[in-house]
Design a protein around this ligand. Structure first.
Ligand code: BTN
Length: 237
C-alpha cells in the first residue's frame, strides 16, 4: 500500500493520538481495515480511491479519485451486542451536526432536501464476551461536483455558499475528532434534531406510516412498529 500525505497524516496522528494512514488506492478501506483490525490494529485508514467501495445493501460506493473522503475507523468497543447498531447512527448524527447537514434513517448524511453527502457502514466481529472489533466506514463527498443523477447526491463543496474547494486534511481532522468524541451510551437527541425522517410519512420495508421515533437500538418506529433495516422514502401527505 503506497502511503501519501505522510507528513500531514503523521502530524495529525500525533496531534489526535490515533494511528492514521492515507493511501492512494485499495479495494475498500472497510475490507483492508478489517483485515488489519483482525490482526490487532486500531486506527484510521483513508484512501484516495477504492476499486470495490461498498455501501449499505452491498451497493457500490462510487467516488472520484482524490476528491472525497473514504475512510474506515477500526477500534475495540466494549458494550452489549444490542448496543452495537447504535454506533453508525450516532456517528452519522454527530457528523451531520458538525457539517451542518441532516440525517436520513439509518445512517445517511444528507442535505435538508435529502441529497446524499455521505454514508456510514459498519462491520463488527466478536473478540470475547461484550468486546468487539468495530470497523466503521465513512464515505463523505467533499469536493466532487458531479454525480450520476440517479444517486441524488451532493458534496460539501456543492453545498457551500461560495462553492470553494475544501481542504480534505482539515475535514479529516474534524471527522476524527467527531469519532473520538462518540459515546455509545449517548442519546439520539442530536440524531433526532438533525433527522429529515422523523415526523414524516414514510415508506420503508413495505410499511407506510408516520416515522414517529427511534428506538434505543436505532430501529425506526413506523406506525408504532420497529423497522430495523431498509431504505426510507418520504411519502407525500
Ligand atoms: C452507505 O451506503 O450509505 C454507506 C456508504 C459507506 C461508504 C464507505 S467509503 C469508505 C468505506 N469503504 C467502503 O467500501 N465503504 C465505506
Amino acid at each position: 500500500m503506497r502511503e501519501i500525505y505522510i507528513p500531514e497524516t503523521n502530524q495529525l496522528s500525533s496531534e489526535l493520538g490515533v494511528d492514521i494512514h492515507w493511501i492512494e488506492v485499495c479495494t475498500s478501506t472497510n475490507q483492508v481495515a478489517k483485515q488489519l483490525a483482525d490482526d490487532g490494529w486500531g486506527g484510521i485508514l483513508v484512501a484516495d480511491y477504492q476499486t470495490q467501495g461498498r455501501g449499505r445493501m452491498e451497493r457500490a460506493w462510487l467516488s472520484n479519485p482524490g476528491e472525497n473522503l473514504l475512510l474506515s475507523w477500526a477500534f475495540e468497543c466494549r458494550c452489549k451486542v444490542q448496543e452495537l447498531p447504535r454506533i453508525p447512527l450516532l456517528l452519522a448524527g454527530e457528523l451531520a451536526h458538525a457539517f451542518d447537514l441532516f440525517v436520513k434513517w439509518p445512517n445517511d448524511i444528507v442535505t435538508k432536501e435529502g441529497r446524499k453527502v455521505g454514508g456510514v457502514l459498519s462491520t463488527v466481529s466478536g473478540l470475547e464476551e461484550n468486546v468487539w472489533t468495530v470497523v466503521i466506514g465513512l464515505g463523505l463527498n467533499v469536493n466532487q461536483m458531479e454525480f450520476l443523477p440517479e444517486l441524488n447526491a451532493s458534496s460539501l463543496r456543492m453545498e457551500s455558499q461560495l462553492g470553494q474547494e475544501w481542504d480534505r486534511m482539515a475535514v479529516l481532522k474534524q471527522v476524527v475528532e467527531v469519532c473520538q468524541g462518540l459515546d455509545i451510551t449517548q442519546s439520539f437527541e442530536r440524531w433526532s434534531a438533525r433527522s429529515i425522517t422523523l415526523g414524516k410519512r414514510v415508506e420503508v420495508a413495505g410499511r407506510v406510516g408516520v416515522a414517529s421515533g427511534i428506538r434505543e437500538d436505532g430501529a425506526l418506529i413506523v406506525d408504532g412498529k420497529p423497522i430495523t433495516s431498509g431504505d426510507v422514502h418520504l411519502v407525500e401527505m
